[in-house]
Design a protein around this ligand. Structure first.
Ligand code: HEM
Ligand code: HEM
Length: 269
């Protein structure tokens, strides 16, 4: 049975959307039902913006931004539009992450808790800094028409690798943060006594891992890649269909290489 046909792509997309939305609902229930809710007052309710904006912005929005080129109904849209959506969603994720960091630093300063002492905070800040670099380099390489096509094509495997590495690291850092918060926050009963909040938030951690696994699966299937604009034309005039989609993808990879040789700026990325 083919694991990478168009039907499986739709199933994987629906599963990723369902798990992503459920994770966001879980973090909101955690904060409103078990914790102090949300506020901007220097207290624990301000801290709570940190996990909420991370799960929504850095995990759900970033995950969606990564697989946006893989949505089959957008394949007939202009590639430039898709690039703006991909870049815009990553920019939105970055803005939400910065607000989530302001919330946690503000909370620490207010409560006179030292800053940047944990491995979680070190890895977290590194991930945010590298993410901002990826964003700037992405804009310079693929949105602004300044660099020669050769550079665009040469950097694409690095862009994809570092994007997937960052996304995976962000989930790992979030799992560390969740564990810290459960250890700090649960006192009577403690985390080790498995109160309902501990079980609920452990499940949130599982959902984040599952979401990451689905996004990585979708983003690494070569036959689910967006066919190049040129091959979309061939697909449409042939009537589309499963086999044609696959052929379109294979052709798209071939033509990606020949585009570089031909120096076609629009199709090398
Ligand atoms: C991957 C996304 C995340 C990043 C980039 C991140 C980043 C940070 C940073 C830089 C700090 C240090 C703040 C300071 O020193 O004043 C921090 C603290 C903290 N974060 Fe996160 N965080 C993330 C996810 C989470 C999540 C999902 C939770 C769950 C509740 C969490 C819980 C905490 C806690 C409890 C602290 C205070 C203790 C400490 O400094 O380690 N974090 N985070
Ligand atoms: C931190 C920000 C970013 C991250 C984490 C990121 C991550 C990724 C990942 C994982 C892929 C592979 C997706 C796939 O194969 O379907 C990708 C593809 C791509 N990205 Fe980004 N990206 C970022 C920013 C940008 C920006 C600002 C641009 C500028 C337009 C850009 C342009 C592209 C292009 C053109 C592709 C290739 C799409 C294709 O294969 O058809 N990226 N990015």
């Amino acid at each position: 049975m083919a694991m990478d046909g168009p039907k499986q792509l739709l199933m994987a997309l629906c599963a990723a959307a369902a798990v992503g939305v459920t994770s966001v609902i879980f973090v909101l229930i955690w904060v409103f039902n078990y914790k102090e809710g949300l506020a901007w007052d220097g207290g624990l309710a301000e801290f709570n913006w940190h996990p909420v904006l991370i799960v929504f912005g850095f995990i759900a929005v970033q995950g969606f931004a990564i697989i946006v080129y893989r949505l089959p109904w957008t394949w007939k849209w202009n590639k430039q539009v898709m690039k703006f959506i991909h870049a815009g969603l990553h920019l939105l994720a970055f803005i939400l992450v910065v607000i989530s960091l302001v919330a946690v630093f503000d909370f620490h300063n207010y409560a006179k808790i030292p800053n940047m002492y944990s491995l979680h905070s070190w890895l977290g800040l590194m991930a945010v800094i590298l993410f901002s670099q990826q964003l700037v380099i992405g804009v310079c390489l693929y949105l602004l028409p300044v660099l020669p096509v050769f550079w665009r094509a040469a950097f694409m495997p690095i862009h994809v690798y570092s994007g997937l590495l960052l996304f995976t690291s962000v989930i790992a850092v979030a799992l560390m943060g969740i564990t810290e918060k459960l250890i700090f926050g649960l006192s009577n009963p403690k985390y080790k006594d498995s109160p309902p909040e501990a079980i609920f938030v452990n499940v949130l951690g599982l959902l984040l891992v599952l979401f990451g696994a689905l996004i990585l699966w979708i983003a690494t299937r070569t036959s689910w890649k967006r066919p190049s604009d040129q091959n979309l034309h061939i697909l449409h005039t042939n009537g589309g269909g499963e086999d044609n989609t696959k052929r379109g993808t294979a052709l798209s990879q071939l033509s990606d290489q020949s585009d570089v040789a031909l120096g076609d700026v629009n199709k090398s990325d």
